[in-house]
Design a protein around this ligand. Structure first.
Ligand SMILES: Nc1ncnc2c1ncn2[C@@H]1O[C@H](COP(=O)(O)OP(=O)(O)O)[C@@H](O)[C@H]1O
Ligand SMILES: [Mg+2]
Length: 320
């Protein structure tokens, strides 16, 4: 546990420095660097085989890098694994089978292996049971739990020693929509409570809403490190807009066709689609021109690029 007298670490809570891992002919992780500040959620996104699990296992002290290093609160996973483990909760992507063990026994086992004793152990177990919503399941054998409940138990195990940092490897995989929404809520609560979280997925849309930033990795290489909004902004030099008109769109089409920054103008019924350069000023100017011409604008909004399209663009090099 952290001593209350020590000043908290001011630097990044998680840092990868030119991390590289080679298995035979495979560069599973290739010179990857990024940092995650305290209390933020970093989404680690990439297709299967991209190198997510390998880098997370190195951070979690379960694997050694070929070169480079990984740090938790400034402590090297390579040189200081014991102190790293005390600060870290790791939720692996696969959950082993534990026949004849119930939830309470399982968590108690991990509380003991983390050195928790006496009242502190009771207090932490109670907190984890309540936080994960597993209290009513405490006597249930693990093998009878739903996927969602198993994930909660696995998260409870990662949280038992009150770590500052969490590494969650594909926790949303295989969850139904309800369980996924619950997971998102749990993760936001943990971040609001000051925990730093690295979470992986092969689906950008699964994580986009809960992450402060995302890193996109493919074939071991980090291709992007940005906010989702930032990625969207970089992915195209223009923006697509829709204006929905009350009544006949002819007058609005006329006004828009006279604005030099408007391109690819077309209408489908009362919905007018066009492109313009990025930036708020251009958008505002266009809306003013429509209003000045007394066009009855019902809606005026950007066409949001789908996260799948964005992911494809990043991984095929169309986003720099
Ligand atoms: N222990 C290992 N031995 C050999 N190759 C491995 C091992 N672990 C992972 N790999 C390979 O490293 C690459 C990255 O795998 P992984 O980190 O599991 O990717 P991800 O989690 O993004 O799906 C894959 O090509 C995988 O086959
Ligand atoms: Mg993996």
């Amino acid at each position: 546990m952290n001593s209350p007298l020590r000043t908290p670490w001011q630097g990044p809570m998680i840092e990868l420095q030119q991390l590289t891992k080679v298995f035979g002919d495979t560069r599973a992780v290739n010179n990857v660097s990024f940092m995650v500040p305290r209390g933020s959620v970093f989404g680690y996104i990439g297709p299967n085989g991209a190198g997510k699990t390998t880098s997370m296992r190195i951070l979690s002290t379960l694997e050694l890098p070929t070169s480079g290093d990984a740090f938790i609160e400034g402590l090297s996973s390579v040189n200081d694994p014991d102190r790293v483990r005390r600060r870290l909760g790791f939720m692996p992507d696969a959950f082993g089978t534990y026949s004849d063990t119930n939830c309470a026994e399982y968590l108690d086992f991990f509380a003991r292996s983390n050195g928790l004793v006496g009242r502190e152990r009771t207090r932490r177990l109670r907190w984890v049971m309540d936080f994960t919503g597993l209290r009513s399941m405490s006597e249930k054998p693990i093998n009878g739990l739903s996927k969602g409940m198993r994930q909660r138990l696995c998260l409870g195990r990662a949280l038992i020693h009150d770590p500052s940092t969490l590494i969650l490897d594909e926790p949303a995989a295989g969850l139904d929509p309800r369980a996924r929404i619950d997971l998102r809520q749990i993760i936001r609560t943990l971040a609001a409570d000051g925990k730093t979280i690295l979470i992986s997925s092969h689906i950008l849309s699964e994580l986009a809403e809960m992450c402060d930033r995302v890193g996109i990795i493919e074939r071991g290489t980090l291709l992007a490190n940005d906010t989702v909004a930032g990625l969207k902004g970089k992915s195209k030099p223009h923006q697509d807009l829709i204006v929905l008109i009350d009544g006949d769109p002819t007058a609005a089409m006329q006004v828009l066709s006279e604005i030099p920054t408007v391109a690819n103008l077309e209408h489908r019924g009362q919905a007018i689609h066009f492109q313009t350069g990025v930036g708020a000023d251009r958008r505002i100017e266009i809306l003013h021109r429509l209003c000045d011409a007394r066009v009855r604008v019902l809606e005026y909004r950007p066409v949001d690029e789908s996260l799948e399209d964005l992911f494809l663009k990043v991984t095929t090099g169309q986003v720099q």
